[in-house]
Design a binder for this molecule. Structure first.
Ligand code: NAP
Length: 239
């Protein structure tokens, strides 16, 4: 199997650390992100470690860029065997759901659900030709007293259903495809204002743990896991 992976949101945070770990394990990494300066800087940083990396511009809120990336992959990277849907935005994590405007909710849904859906759907032929895998980086969407970000949870709920529903269809139709989800749990990144604390992991730790599961040699189709590999109910409240 060709070791080539496209990771969205790989120019910083958890995505960049997954890119680094995959690269250290011999994978060529296609670094996807909107911000080109940060994307090229990440590629440069990885290249300095002898990791083969290239930048692909993608804005998950803009279907034109999604189609352009798919076109590039179909013409230049036909041996792509893994897609990691990692990029996401949280929206306002503190505003009550009923105070969101539809446009604010739509922006988060576009980034965290419709964009990844469009990208995944269109890359399936290439991935299937390479016995490919899709990994979704996600969050728990059950009720928690201390974690109630409306748009973020709403979008990731749809994203989680996508993984489980696609997985069921892949099995039923005997497709040479696998899709599963991993929840990093609280991690210090820009997404949460770089929170720290006893139970908060560094992006490096989350990247290493996620990559460990991805490369453990097992078939995880349809599973939703914590970073310790434990399988959880996707509607479960706990991290
Ligand atoms: N941090 C946590 O505590 C935590 C916990 C559980 C799950 N997660 C999940 O981990 C994943 C990575 O998050 P992170 O914490 O590493 O966040 P981060 O540091 O803020 O990184 C987010 C990444 O997503 C990209 N992105 C945002 N909007 C985009 C768009 N419209 N199109 C393309 N790329 C876009 C960003 O690229 P640009 O530079 O181009 O904006 C950036 O690379 C997310 O799926 C998140 O839900 C995080």
């Amino acid at each position: 199997m060709a070791k080539k992976v496209f990771i969205t949101g790989a120019n910083k945070g958890i995505g960049k650390q997954i890119a680094r770990q995959m690269g250290r394990n011999g994978w060529t990494v296609l670094v996807g992100a909107r911000n080109e300066d940060r994307g090229l800087a990440a590629v440069h940083e990885l290249s300095e470690e002898d990791i083969k990396a290239e930048y692909l511009n993608i804005d998950l809120q803009d279907s034109k860029t999604i189609l352009a990336v798919v076109h590039t992959i179909e013409s230049r990277y036909t041996d792509l065997s893994m897609l990691i849907n990692n990029a996401a935005i949280p929206g306002d994590m503190h505003k009550p759901g009923h105070e969101f405007t539809t446009d604010e909710l739509r922006k988060v849904m576009e980034t965290n659900f419709f964009g990844p859906f469009e990208l995944t759907r269109r890359l399936l032929p290439t991935l299937e030709a390479n016995n490919g895998r899709i990994v979704n980086v996600t969050i728990p969407i059950g009720t928690l007293p201390f974690f109630n970000p409306f748009a973020y949870k709403t979008s990731k709920a749809a994203f989680n259903v996508m993984a489980q529903s696609f997985a069921q269809n892949f099995t039923e139709k005997n497709k040479a495809l696998e899709i599963f989800s991993i929840m990093p749990g609280a991690t210090t990144t820009d997404l949460n204002g770089n929170i720290t604390g006893e139970y908060v992991k560094t992006a490096e730790e989350s990247g290493r743990l996620i990559t460990g599961i991805i490369l453990d040699g097992k078939n995880h189709n349809g599973e939703l896991m914590n970073t310790n590999g434990a399988i959880v109910d996707y509607n479960h409240g706990l991290f």
